[in-house]
Design a protein around this ligand. Sequence first.
Ligand SMILES: Cc1ncc(COP(=O)(O)O)c(C=O)c1O
Length: 402
Amino acid sequence: MFRVEGSPAGRAAGAEGFIPFALPDIGEEEIEEVVSALRSGWITTGPRTRQFEGQFASFIGGGAQAIAVNSATSGLHLALEAAGVGPGDSVITTPYTFTATAEVIRYLGADPVFIDIEPATLNLDPARVGEYLARGSRRNSVRAIIPVHFGGLPCEMDEILRIAGRHGLKVIEDAAHAIPALYRNALIGCLGSDAAVYSFYATKTITAGEGGMIVTRDPAMAARCRVMRLHGISRDAFDRYRAETPSWRYEVVAPGFKYNMGDLAASIGIRQLEKVWRFHRIRSKMAARYNEAFGDLPVVLPPRARLGDVHAWHLYVIRLADGAGVHRDRFIEMMAEKGIGCSVHFIPLHLHPYWRGKYGLQPGDFPNALHAYERAVSLPMYTKMTADDQERVIRAVGDILK
Ligand SMILES: Cc1ncc(COP(=O)(O)O)c(C=O)c1O
């Protein structure tokens, strides 16, 4: 059987083995597809990337176009660029996210305006966004909002889209955690934002190793993203070199980026997308089991989806209650001593040296993000985890908190 040397996928996560925080679930189908791509001779952007885009667009539905890129970070960058964000502009987002969400704003010479989260959902608080746009110091420079569906829980999109509409702002959804998440019975990506961007990073709900997908219903946005993902060339490499229409001529129409997805990543993505609902059923069941097991412990359980919404369950984040009797950092150490990997999502951006220094931010500027961060623990939850592994995690959490 094919194994990448040193791959965590090669490690046993059995009864006494280490239970890692996350593992990709790669089957023989993905391996065979990659091998076929390798044998085909086409390993950069080509037929499999096209196929993956087509399958992703039909998965999302509603006439969406899908543009494959090499990460969600590059997808967010392209979508913001296509939305016209540039130097001197501001973009509203949450501090309770990965730095990629905000760094792409800086790539364009614009500045983030961080707005605190709702404690109940850990998502950007629409009421605070509305207040900022009414009275905030940089409100006139705001061009866009990037809501992040934290952990896979949909943001309150009706409210965000209503506020954006009232102020003429673009909305680019950071949907890195949100495959598959539904808001009011519609998949994220179908909700009337300007674009939604998904991640296929190794730990995500479906993976391509690395990769991302921009989904948009705006033909101008789609066209701009396609051009800018490959050097600002008006056609991609596949168009230029495929045998049926050989042509060496191309035109550079803008100083673009090198953000295209290759066919090897697309091969993995194609096969993972076929499993998206099966994977989701497994994750949802695991989340339900954790919820049931932790009901009497001094923890705040992860926020649940509202009626009509579906949580993607990328992350299972508990928050230790103030009476838990153990500090979060010590809790994670004790879990590691028991052979269980945990993580923290997220260290809020305003605590990192770059963001803190650049914008003169204080820890108390976003009290809800700070409060959540200090208590948050992401527990292992992935489709390859066995029921025994999960029971071991449950016992370990119970032993530490009892
Ligand atoms: C909320 C969020 N946005 C964006 C990204 C960036 O995704 P990628 O690694 O595909 O660039 C991540 C990655 O973990 C993330 O958690």
